[in-house]
Design a protein around this ligand. Structure first.
Ligand code: BYC
Length: 337
């Protein structure tokens, strides 16, 4: 999907690029601004401001980390899925999340940062990943609710990223969103089945909705007024819709789905506001959000420890793959000589 373009020699491929004839930084900046303003794409070989590159590495690597840490809360239900059909769906979904991580790490690599650097940042606790994955999945209904609400929130956030100004990120998001859409629907369908079941099953779904609803609203990030990265992210065409506007879209889209499902969203202040043309909703607990983001959620330590263990346990695979690649290279050189 990606060329690792920053490694590719500057040959014919970009010979016609207008950047070639632009001699100084002001002109480079002006060209970059013009591309962004015209809704064009910035590609890895193009000149870009350092801060734009840094912001993209931050956001894309955080996103990649979220995908692979996000495999854990659902992955631990694979062995306990209630039927072969549900197990097959869950295996496919969790595998998709690993694939999303792969596209996103590859997209970040085109900006000149190595995968090892990104993993170091994750494993040392320096890098962020989505707050939502620091909560436990206590029952099978949580798996359905993660699909319906967590993936639902993720799609809402990620559809606008398909139009992000950085080409590799935007292109990766197109495929990610198609798969997320399947994830959201399978979650809804699984909950629908439970809601047609016993009173215990219905209560299990309601309990899971009660525990996940507010956490999903916080996923969109701090309110616009407290979001230090938003203004610049929007100016650069990385972010297209603000945190609060996406959150509102999610609430408006989810209320009718909850009605179809027959569950109550746990917010006494949730009601349609005719004048605004949107649903009003209650206060999000931002203190809790920041505590979780800063490492103090119910599962932060466990999630990180699991990732570090997976990395250490996989060392022999990476070493073997490298040894194999070196052998292949040596053989090819010998044959060519
Ligand atoms: N959790 O200025 P702001 C998924 C941080 S995975 C943790 O608004 P920005 C899925 C933010 O990073 C879902 N941290 O930032 C996978 C910033 O800190 P730094 C992940 C958060 O970047 C498996 C600070 O708060 N999706 O879909 O303009 C199974 C201030 O925020 C969170 C993505 O990563 C949070 N929830 O906007 C199922 C999408 N929110 O970096 C599903 C791509 C904010 O300055 N990312 N922070 O130290 C984005 O769209 C944006 O980065 C955000 C934040 C909207 C998340």
């Amino acid at each position: 999907m990606y060329t690792q373009s920053f490694n590719v020699p500057d040959t014919d491929a970009n010979a016609g690029s207008p950047l070639k004839s632009v001699p100084h930084d002001t002109a480079l900046q002006a060209h970059f601004d013009a591309v962004v303003d015209a809704d064009g794409k910035i590609e890895p070989r193009d000149w870009m401001p350092d801060a734009y590159r840094k912001t993209l590495v931050r956001q894309i690597s955080q996103h990649a980390h979220s995908e692979i840490v996000g495999m854990l809360p659902e992955g631990n239900w694979i062995s306990r899925a209630p039927s072969l059909k549900r197990k097959a769906i869950l295996v496919a979904k969790v595998q998709d999340e690993g694939g999303h991580g792969l596209y996103l790490y590859s997209a970040a690599e085109t900006l000149g940062t190595s995968r090892d650097q990104m993993f170091d940042a994750l494993h040392s606790g320096k890098a962020k990943y989505s707050s939502i994955f620091n909560y436990p999945t206590l029952t099978w209904a949580d798996v359905g609710v993660v699909g319906w609400l967590v993936d639902g929130a993720a799609i809402m956030n990620q559809i606008p990223l398909c139009r992000c100004s950085f080409g590799p990120y935007a292109r990766a998001m197109i495929r990610v969103c198609k798969e997320e859409s399947f994830h959201q629907r399978q979650g809804f369908e699984s909950l629908m089945t439970m809601m047609q079941g016993t009173s215990e099953q219905k209560a299990m779904v309601q309990d899971a909705v009660n525990r996940w609803w507010w956490k999903c609203l916080a996923m969109f990030g701090p309110p616009d007024a407290d979001s230090p990265n938003s203004v610049q992210g929007m100016r650069w065409g990385i972010k297209r819709i603000s945190n609060d506007d996406l959150r509102q879209k999610f609430v408006d889209a989810t209320v009718p789905q909850a009605e179809v499902l027959g569950v109550t969203l746990p917010d006494p202040d949730l009601k349609w506001n005719e004048a605004r043309g949107h649903h009003d909703y209650g206060q999000i607990d931002w203190d809790e959000f920041w505590a979780v983001v800063n490492g103090d959620g119910p599962c932060n330590k466990e999630r990180l420890a699991t990732r570090v263990k997976a990395w250490n346990d996989g060392a022999w695979v990476r070493e073997s793959a490298l040894a194999h690649a070196r052998k292949q290279e040596a053989r090819a050189m010998k044959e060519a000589a």
